[in-house]
Write a protein that binds this ligand. Structure first.
Ligand SMILES: [Fe+2]
Ligand SMILES: [Fe+2]
Length: 275
């Protein structure tokens, strides 16, 4: 099973840049074009939140137009910059139970052995995340009902501290309670997140937590408590190879990159001589 995670594209209305400098539409387009550029064929594309920047209709119109290039099933996840009703109106989404009520939480079976559980960690009007009692109970039930297969949980806000202070201030209330639930199960292969705009690995209750960087812009790697800052690092995506009950996650620049072959690998003889 192969998942392409595209996170935090922060789409703006057509022709408008983010902060007057970042072409977020180009970032998403590059991320989509990466499918052809790499030759990798994802079974599903996971959009892990902050799909637009200001939760406005012209942004969702633009997003829907850009996603029209995709011929792969999409799983969308709510982010703190999103609007639930507009997301439903503009994205063509499959008819999963729970997708049409708030919070937007649902389950997708990729096949008989691989299940994705989508959690909604948003609270309208706030940038920080929340898993309240109802959502935690829903997660517990969903995990209990999935014991016969391997599960990936996707949620926008990571259930961890990153050490980047200006992002951690918009963390996830309920993360400790989520960790307690995860500790009761052994069939969760990974928790996939966004929100931090950096490639990042951690774990909760022994479960790998993979934070995908943004297809648009990355935040500065500042572990010293400095003020909010971004960098000009390229837009990125994450490819998840999900085999058996484990996930191998590959962070990659969005779009095409030039390939080259080292001289020692040019011929079979040369390869043999290196072994
Ligand atoms: Fe974001
Ligand atoms: Fe976010």
């Amino acid at each position: 099973m192969l998942l392409l995670q595209i996170s935090d594209p922060h789409i703006r209305p057509r022709g408008e840049l983010l902060e007057g400098r970042v072409d977020t539409a180009a970032g998403l387009t590059h991320a989509i074009q990466g499918i052809d550029a790499t030759g990798l064929r994802p079974d599903v594309v996971v959009l892990s939140g902050d799909l637009v920047n200001d939760a406005r209709e012209p942004e969702y119109e633009h997003l829907a137009e850009l996603l029209g290039e995709l011929s792969v099933p999409i799983i969308f996840v709510m982010g703190n910059h999103d609007d639930r009703a507009l997301m439903r109106r503009y994205l063509t989404v499959p008819d999963h139970a729970g997708i049409d009520v708030d919070p937007v939480q649902y389950v997708v079976d990729l096949d008989a052995e691989h299940r994705i559980i989508v959690l909604d960690t948003t609270q309208p009007g706030a940038h920080g995340g929340l898993l309240d009692v109802e959502r935690l109970e829903w997660l517990d039930r969903a995990l209990n009902d999935s014991r016969d297969r391997s599960v990936i949980i996707v949620q926008h806000h990571p259930p961890i501290e990153s050490g980047i202070g200006f992002m951690d201030q918009y963390g996830l209330d309920g993360a400790d309670e989520e960790a307690a639930i995860l500790s009761s199960y052994s069939h969760v292969a990974a928790v996939l997140c966004g929100h931090l705009h950096r490639p990042l690995m951690s774990s909760v209750a022994g479960v790998p937590v993979v934070v995908s960087p943004s297809s648009a812009a990355q935040v500065a790697l500042d572990l010293g408590g400095g003020p909010t800052a971004y960098t000009d690092e390229p837009g990125m995506v994450t490819w998840h190879r999900w085999s058996d009950r484990a996930v191998a996650s590959h962070f990659a620049q969005a779009g095409a990159s030039t390939r080259w072959v080292p001289s020692w690998a040019m011929t079979t003889d040369a390869v043999d001589s290196q072994l």
